[in-house]
Design a binder for this molecule. Structure first.
Ligand code: ACM
Length: 768
């Protein structure tokens, strides 16, 4: 251990000197961890940490003990170093290398803060609370893994970090109602969140499609409400669902609490109630009874009643919820409650009159205020989506702003607390890039950069009002995010950007520096077996055909513009000495193009490798085509997914795509790889009719010239693909045409269900 004397003053983040594992080649000036610490400095010298290094923690301090154990486990897993745990006895023969200390005084304004000092005296983590002790451990783990090595001694530079989060609410919302995740997976997610210093897991447990929480007093909520019919393309249905037992929930809540994470349960009301009301129709607002939870997605009219019996039912449920979730906040939804059933119910209209309530918005406000009074009487706080502002906000309620920032701003101006989770950019069920290999999600892009640059301090608010902004949260809705692998793809690495946006004020964030640290973070993800999305660094190519010649002009880029792109065109592997891409280049066909983003001689993510030939350069995946109408579009896959199967982008109300500027000279045919999916969209009414012209029974894919009302130049009957649970190639000849045209590709079917989608289209040249 050789550290020079500590120089003794702090630098602001922007002028920090390098403080990292010696071996880390961080050009980044910040310690190579995510989120970056608010302040740090470095001295010279290093401390080595190797197998057998001792960690001590104060006797009888379970938080410090847990932080030390957490550090030991994650370091062993990701760095292969075995640390030895030792409770402090006061007369230890040798001082421990790593020491956890509890600050005697709580620092109420700096919750979750910690100091980490690396010096001649060893490594010390000092904090006043559980979060600070844990986050000190997480920072040390970051430094010990900063070189990306998976084993061997780590060498740390000497210096100090003094750190605290900007925002107290740093959250992720997981929707387990539309698709469930295993308890084991949620446990992993809690660990991953802790490693990003996030502290709120908002757990969406009930919705139209499923009720996922065991409630002892009302067993039918899970006997009936947890199981929906999953439609298939063959017309059969399977039973899909499940629920979390109270024992499992208690286990997860305790597991999260040790990791400084509060689980905030969400029990939706008065809308998104179809699953509950399938189980207990007597608490609904309509005589129309549902046999099962909804199999479709969208906004349903099904609302709870507002009578005393229903409020008692909900209070009894919330009583069990409060027993399971000891945190302050209980989320009661409040969003997207279409008031049709309340308007149509004579009993509810009579109740409104008796209460002197003038409209249904006010009635929802009355409903939420009753629930808020109940929760408040039990020492809890109500949290709801920003619709709870409509008709008047309950006195003790906190608003989760999702339809933009306005709900959060309005709440803060009224003196209420708010959490910012606007759809743009904090809905992680939106795609993170428009690449063809992106996972399913909503059409609009919430890129890594969008998340990173999210403004957590709205200028509409005064400094005083801003104190009501508790923090930020990313929401992952799972209608189209079916598997745990897909959940990871959507969460990572955007979770890293979210963590830094929550931890640092906007003026302290540095995008390029973050990207350099993300290169290291991706190695940690690999060591933790997190399947993150490659979107930020993966090379993409755009090829432009040179008309009449067997050549293309190739343009390479990656989403963030980070690093250098190197490439080869002779089939050889791309290395750190391959040519650097500077500008578009011509390539004769066929050629094998390989490319990768490089940073400091390494490839952060996977390489690009593509055979370019006369057919492949004329291929377009659905994502490479233009949608005829963008909204409402989803990138989707079959449910359950076909392993290795397609992910397709379609407007479900208007399945129509444009192959832009297709060079049709010398093209003899067109082939399309198509698939059909059960129509699971509740708002089917607004779909325009598209009757087929020649293939009345199964429908057809029409190819129209220049515009979608242009002449039909080819028709591909869907017959061969009907009922296939995977893609099918369709093929037809094209008439001889010259020059460049847009092609409109449009499904024409007499039925809305199934939804037909294109996966891939290719134009076939006469000579290849
Ligand atoms: C929401 O996305 N309906 C809160």
């Amino acid at each position: 251990m050789i550290c020079r004397k500590f120089i003794g003053f702090m630098f602001a983040l922007s002028v920090v000197v390098i403080f990292s594992a010696n071996v880390a080649r961080a050009q980044s000036k910040t310690p190579p961890i995510i989120p970056a610490p608010i302040s740090s400095n470095a001295t010279t010298g290093t401390v080595k940490v190797s197998d057998g290094a001792v960690i001590s923690f104060p006797n009888n301090d379970p938080d410090a003990q847990f932080a030390a154990e957490f550090l030991t486990a994650v370091v062993q897993r990701t760095r292969g170093i075995k640390l030895m745990l030792r409770p402090e006895s006061g007369q230890a023969p040798n001082p421990a290398l790593i020491v956890f200390r509890r600050n005697p005084a709580e620092h109420p304004m700096r919750r979750d803060s910690y100091d980490l000092q690396i010096s001649d005296e060893g490594i010390q983590i000092t904090a006043a609370d559980r979060g600070g002790l844990l986050y000190g451990a997480v920072t040390l783990w970051g430094l010990l893994t900063a070189d990306g090595a998976r084993n061997g001694e780590a060498e740390l530079n000497c210096g100090t970090i003094s750190d605290a989060p900007e925002l107290p609410w740093r959250g992720i919302m997981l929707d387990s109602a539309r698709h469930m995740q295993s308890v084991e997976f949620i446990r992993q997610l809690i660990d991953w969140m802790a490693l990003h210093k996030l502290n709120i897991l908002h757990w969406h447990l009930t919705d139209d499609q499923g009720w996922r929480l065991e409630i002892k007093q009302y067993p039918k909520l899970t006997e009936i409400g947890a199981w929906r019919k999953l439609p298939s393309i063959t017309g059969t249905t399977t039973r899909y669902g499940g629920y979390y037992t109270q024992g499992q929930v208690r286990g997860l809540v305790a597991y999260a609490a040790q990791r400084n994470i509060t689980i905030v349960p969400e029990i939706e009301m008065p809308g998104h109630a179809s699953a509950a009301l399938a189980a207990y129709p007597q608490f609904g607002s309509s005589d129309v009874h549902l046999a099962t939870p909804a199999s479709e997605y969208g906004i349903f009219p099904t609302l709870y009643n507002v009578n005393e019996e229903t409020l008692t039912f909900l209070e009894n449920i919330l009583t069990e919820v409060m027993q399971l979730f000891p945190g302050t906040y209980i989320h009661v939804g409040g969003d997207e409650a279409k008031k049709d059933q309340w308007k149509a119910s004579p009993q509810i209209q009579a109740q409104m009159k008796a209460l002197g309530i003038k409209d249904e918005d006010q009635l929802q406000s009355y409903f939420i205020k009753r629930i808020d009074a109940f929760l408040t009487a039990h020492g809890r706080r109500t949290l709801g989506w920003d619709e709870i502002l409509e008709g008047g906000l309950a006195s003790n309620a906190t608003v989760m702003s999702w339809r933009g920032m306005q709900g959060g701003i309005a709440a803060a101006k009224q003196g209420h607390d708010a959490v910012l989770t606007p759809t743009r950019p904090l809905y992680f069920n939106y795609r993170q890039s428009d690449a063809a290999d992106e996972a399913p999600g909503r059409f609009a892009l919430n890129t890594l950069s969008d998340v990173y640059h999210f403004n957590t301090a709205p200028t509409e608010l005064t400094a005083e009002e801003r104190k009501h902004i508790l923090g930020i949260q990313a929401n992952l809705w799972t209608e189209y995010v079916i598997t745990e692998d897909r959940v990871q793809w959507m969460l990572f690495p955007r979770m890293a950007a979210l963590a830094e946006a929550a931890w640092l004020p906007p003026e302290k964030r540095n995008w390029n520096d973050f990207l350099a640290r993300l290169v290291v973070q991706k190695k940690r993800y690999e060591a933790l077996n997190i399947h993150d999305a490659p979107s930020a660094f993966r090379v993409r190519s755009t090829e432009h055909l040179n008309s009449g010649q067997n050549r293309v002009s190739v343009e390479l880029h990656n989403q963030t513009g980070f690093g250098k792109i190197r490439y080869t065109v002779d089939g050889s592997a791309v290395t750190a000495s391959s040519p650097i891409y500077e500008k578009p280049f011509d390539l004769s066909l066929p050629s094998r193009l390989r490319a990768a983003t490089f940073h400091d001689g390494e490839i952060p993510g996977s390489a690009f490798d593509r055979e370019l030939d006369a057919v492949s350069v004329r291929q377009r995946f659905s994502q490479d085509l233009n949608l005829c109408v963008n909204d409402p579009s989803i990138q989707m896959e079959p449910d359950p997914p076909v392993p290795g199967g397609p992910v397709m982008l379609a407007n479900y109300q208007n399945p129509c795509w444009i192959y832009a500027t297709a060079d049709l000279t010398g093209i003899k045919g067109i082939a399309a790889q198509v698939d059909s999916l059960p129509y699971v969209f509740h708002d089917r009414r607004s779909r325009p009719p598209m009757p087929p012209q020649i293939s009345a029974k199964s429908g057809e894919l029409q190819v129209r010239l220049d515009t979608c009302s242009g002449a039909v130049i080819a028709t591909l009957p869907l017959e061969p693909a009907v009922g296939h649970r995977n893609v099918t190639w369709l093929h037809t000849a094209l008439p001889p045409l010259q020059g460049t045209h847009d092609l409109c590709l449009k499904f024409a079917t007499s039925q809305t269900d199934p939804l037909w989608v294109i996966n891939l289209v290719q134009l076939e040249p006469a000579q290849q």
